[in-house]
Design a binder for this molecule. Structure first.
Ligand code: FES
Length: 253
């Protein structure tokens, strides 16, 4: 038998025990996910971290308690700033791989660790925010800090329904849904804009929102070559402009 100290209390342990086994034999809590008493420890989840004096330097260091063997006189801390940091990192890594795992979130919370929000598919590049403001104009999205994390969020009433934010999003986390005659643009479960759809004057297809068409007419009305406005979808607009070009060519010949 050896004597070890865990969190400033002395315990007896068998010589071939790991720190995790010794702690658990005495009813002490250390989080684990990859440990199973019938299997050899693998050290893959990294949750069972504890703080001990380093073997050669004697400086405090964090080690995996499922692998670390007990030693007579060993002093172990299961709670410390370094343990908390390493444990938080381990929980976050695990939740990156399994964001839907409620059991991991519950375990983190039971050890007083906030694992942060689950990944939402957004890489915070702000392309959607920038294109809406700098190119299209309305500025219907902005970055907002919620619980210390930045999110791209809609500004109510400013979306014109063009869908440029969704087209430019590299991870496709912004969705444009055209159902019946309504277009809905969403990020996560937040609606950026909901709009009726207008029909193309050429082919009759539902293709753009009134706010977007208005926006385009306002932006182009001062253009010297602008004729009376028509609402054509991109296919019809191309078709008609090709026809106009070939007609003018024939007239010139
Ligand atoms: Fe998973 Fe120790 S229990 S690394």
């Amino acid at each position: 038998m050896v004597t070890i100290t865990i969190d400033e209390k002395e315990y007896e342990a068998e010589e071939d025990m790991t720190v995790l086994q010794a702690a658990r034999a005495n009813g002490l809590r250390i989080p684990t996910l990859c440990y199973h008493p019938s299997l050899k420890p693998s050290g893959s989840c990294r949750l069972c971290v504890v703080e001990v004096p380093g073997r050669s330097s004697g400086r405090q260091t964090t080690m995996l308690s499922c692998i670390l063997k007990v030693k007579n006189g060993m002093e172990v801390k299961t709670e410390s700033k370094a343990v908390n940091r390493a444990r938080t990192r381990a929980f976050k890594n695990l939740l990156q791989m399994a964001p839907q795992a409620k059991s991991i979130i519950a375990m983190a919370n039971s050890f007083g660790i906030d694992p942060g929000p689950p990944p939402d598919g957004c890489i915070r590049c702000r392309l959607c925010v920038r294109v809406c403001k700098e190119i299209v104009g309305p500025g219907a999205l902005r970055m907002e800090k919620r619980d210390g994390v930045n999110y791209a969020v809609p500004i109510e009433g400013l979306c014109i329904g063009c869908g440029t934010c969704a087209n430019i999003c590299p991870t496709k986390v912004i969705l444009v849904e055209d159902r019946e005659n309504t277009r809905t643009i969403k990020i996560r479960d937040e609606v950026i804009g909901k709009h009726p759809l207008e029909r193309c004057e050429g082919c009759g297809k539902l293709y753009a929102t009134p706010k977007f068409l208005d926006h385009i007419h306002k932006r182009t009305s001062s253009h010297t070559e602008m004729k009376s406005p028509h609402n054509y979808c991109s296919t019809c607009a191309k078709l008609f402009s090709d026809r106009v070009k070939s007609f003018s060519k024939r007239v010139q010949q």
